[in-house]
Design a protein around this ligand. Structure first.
Ligand code: DGT
Ligand code: MG
Ligand code: MG
Ligand code: MG
Ligand code: MG
Length: 253
């Protein structure tokens, strides 16, 4: 086919392939969700339905891209881990990142009514995205540990903060003062003594966030096996998760 004289514009495109042998992490985060969650009157500090909507949208990404071997979500963010040797979109960053963001964002809107039957979506939510490459398994585990530690720190603070307000009748300023400069053990104690809440009894989905993994399950009666995407609310900082799901790090083709 003859080329048009405009064809040269393609030479302006640039290579953005992710380095070989590296874990590819795509993290999405809700844009201005401070405003979005307040406009939509999400429950404080955690709205279970909102978290489940995030999880459903992340599962939609995993249904579409088999090379996403694990995803981790908390608050208004989700991280997607693509196996080291994926050749999805020839490892082109912009393609991978934009496709994942688009599937997730569209799913968030598509499934909104499934989770919020009684709440109208008031305006289109949107998410930003970034891509990070990690060369070693330890780097990847440290990345995920960083996100789960963040979940813990924020959730303990928010649970204590809203506990002091809703159960003790403190103002936002007063609650902030009580908590300022406290370490984790002190926040736990304040929650227990002032609000009668044992932090360890809070739902695991709030304390640990959500890990989406693929599990091979038996399908009776044919006994055929099928991969299903399962949400877990477990510790991913220690070794036991990685021992149980050792195929995630050892994944070959
Ligand atoms: P950004 O990410 O820079 O565009 O700005 P934001 O406002 O999205 O900030 P970010 O991502 O640091 O914080 C997430 C916001 O979403 C924060 O204001 C708390 C809110 N949020 C997340 N999950 C929940 C929830 O389950 N319930 C409520 N009430 N708020 C939530
Ligand atoms: Mg942010
Ligand atoms: Mg955000
Ligand atoms: Mg966030
Ligand atoms: Mg096309």
């Amino acid at each position: 086919m003859a080329k048009s004289k405009y064809e040269y514009v393609r030479t302006f495109e640039f290579e953005d392939r992710c380095l070989q042998n590296c874990w590819i992490v795509v993290r999405l985060d809700g844009r201005s969700f401070h405003r979005f969650t307040s406009s939509h009157k999400f429950e404080k500090p955690n709205d279970k339905r909102a978290l489940e909507l995030m999880n459903r949208s992340a599962a939609a990404v995993m249904e579409e891209f088999r090379d996403v071997s694990l995803a981790y979500g908390q608050s208004d963010e989700y991280s997607f881990i693509l196996r080291k040797n994926t050749d999805l979109y020839n490892r082109r960053q912009s393609k991978i990142m934009s496709a994942i963001n688009s599937i997730f964002s569209a799913s968030y809107v598509y499934y909104w009514n499934t989770f919020f039957e009684d709440k109208k979506l008031l305006y289109p939510p949107s998410f930003d995205a970034r891509i990070v490459l990690y060369p070693t398994d330890q780097n990847l585990r440290d990345y995920l540990s960083w996100r789960q530690a963040d979940t813990h720190i924020n959730n303990l603070y928010n649970t204590a903060f809203w506990g002091l307000i809703s159960m003790k009748g403190l103002s936002n300023n007063e609650a902030e003062k009580v908590l300022s400069g406290t370490v984790s053990s002190e926040k736990n104690e304040i929650l227990f003594k002032e609000c009668g809440t044992n932090y360890n009894n809070e739902l695991p989905i709030y304390r640990k966030g959500t890990v989406l993994v693929r599990k091979l399950v038996n399908l009776p009666p044919s006994k055929s096996k099928k991969h299903v995407i399962c949400p877990l609310h477990v510790d991913i900082i220690g070794d036991s998760f990685w021992e149980e799901y050792n195929e995630i790090l050892n994944l070959k083709d």
